[in-house]
Structure formats: structure tokens, C-alpha cells
Design a protein around this ligand. Structure first.
Ligand SMILES: Nc1nc2c(ncn2[C@@H]2O[C@H](COP(=O)(O)OP(=O)(O)O)[C@@H](O)[C@H]2O)c(=O)[nH]1
Ligand SMILES: [Mg+2]
Length: 197
């Protein structure tokens, strides 16, 4: 896995999707700046595959990365970036809705939440929305390097409670410290194998 990782294209409408043969799609959702692009780089073990930025709100398209010619990682516009205009927010919301609705190719929707910040109202709305769409959700807590050991326990409790999750269903990651890669890959592998069997 991850021998070949390449950026394919950026789209704003599903009709331009490069996925013509219904390969599995693994999508990364979360607030602007939560660490989506960094996580894609961690998973693929590439430093610069997905563009990361200290400035929030940079990704405004749906970006497809071809992995081993067998599935796609998909990076989408982040939500909750206050400095975007209302029109922009509506536009990106539409792209996302168009991409997520009735899309059977999506095998995992990773919802990224900042470990230190915890789930925001926008995160809760996105979580509810993904439940409503009946997408297979996996919650990922990012930037776990930012909290110390005891705060991490508190953060875990908060995320579980706010989202009503059971114990083992959150994956804690740090792209900086390269934590959580194996767990993410295991989830992807399980979902993709289900397809083949
Ligand atoms: N401390 C810490 N910072 C991170 C981590 N991952 C990303 N960042 C930083 O958070 C900012 C946003 O990251 P990016 O991956 O571009 O987020 P995106 O907007 O969700 O794609 C950048 O300044 C990154 O360097 C992490 O694991 N730990
Ligand atoms: Mg990004």
C-alpha cells in the first residue's frame, strides 16, 4: 500500500470526478486548519503530496489522490473558517454536499477534530450530517502532540461525550510526531478489503 501516491485532479462538481471505475474513495473532512492535508501526507509518507498551510481556508476544491491505482484519498474544503465570505461558504458547502450525497464510492469518511479544541459546533453539525447521509464515519483527533498526557485523557473524554462515541472509536494522531498512521491505514485496509471479498 502507498507505493504509488499521486495528485490527480481538483474538482468542484462530482460530474468531473476522475473516478470512472468506482474505486473506493476515502475522504478527509474537518475544519480549516485542523490538519487534513498534513494527515494525508502522514498516511502516504510523503512530505508534500497535499499542500499544507498555516493559513486556514486554502483548500477550496475537492482534491483526488490516486493510491496504487486502487483507491483515492480525497481532501475537501475545510469548514468553519470565519474569514470567508458568506457566498464562498455557501459555494464550498454546495461542492461538499454534491460530493458527499448518494456517493457509494465513499468507503470511509474520516472526520477530523482538533484534540485540544475538541468538537466545535461546526464539527457537531458535520458529524450529524454524515450520520444523516449514512456514511461510514471514523473520528480522528488531530494534533494530539499539543496536549500533555493528562490533558489527553480529558480531551478523549470530551470528544467521546460530545459525539456520543464508544471508547475505541477515536483515532488519535499527530502528523508532527507521526502518531496514528498504522491505525488509520488499518481502517482504510479493512474497508477496502470488504469490497474485494
Ligand atoms: N502541532 C501540530 N500541528 C499540526 C499538525 N498537523 C498539522 N499541523 C499544523 O496545522 C496547520 C494546518 O495544517 P493543514 O494540514 O494544512 O490543515 P488543513 O487546513 O486541515 O488541511 C499547519 O500550520 C500545520 O503545520 C500536528 O499533528 N501537530
Ligand atoms: Mg488542507
Amino acid at each position: 500500500m502507498f507505493e504509488k501516491c499521486e495528485y490527480v485532479t481538483s474538482i468542484v462538481s462530482r460530474k468531473h470526478s476522475p473516478n470512472n471505475d468506482n474505486r473506493p474513495e476515502i475522504v478527509f473532512l474537518g475544519r480549516s486548519n485542523v490538519g487534513k492535508s498534513s494527515l494525508i501526507n502522514l498516511i502516504t509518507n510523503r512530505k508534500m503530496l497535499a499542500k499544507t498551510s498555516a493559513l486556514p481556508g486554502k483548500t477550496v476544491t475537492i482534491n483526488f489522490y490516486n493510491i496504487d491505482d486502487s483507491f483515492y484519498l480525497v481532501d475537501v474544503p475545510g469548514y468553519g473558517y470565519a474569514r470567508r465570505s458568506k457566498e464562498d461558504k455557501e459555494r464550498y458547502g454546495k461542492y461538499l454536499e454534491d460530493y458527499l450525497t448518494d456517493n457509494p464510492n465513499i468507503k470511509v469518511a474520516f472526520l477530523l477534530v482538533d484534540t485540544k479544541v475538541g468538537p466545535t459546533n461546526d464539527d457537531l453539525l458535520m458529524f450529524e450530517y454524515l450520520l444523516y447521509l449514512e456514511l461510514p464515519i471514523m473520528v480522528v483527533a488531530t494534533k494530539s502532540d499539543k496536549v500533555n498526557h493528562s490533558s489527553l485523557e480529558k480531551a478523549k473524554k470530551q470528544i467521546r461525550e460530545k459525539l456520543n462515541l464508544t471508547d475505541d472509536s477515536v483515532i488519535y494522531t499527530s502528523s508532527f510526531k507521526k502518531i496514528g498512521r498504522a491505525e488509520i491505514i488499518e481502517v482504510i485496509q479493512d474497508e477496502i478489503e470488504k469490497e474485494i471479498i
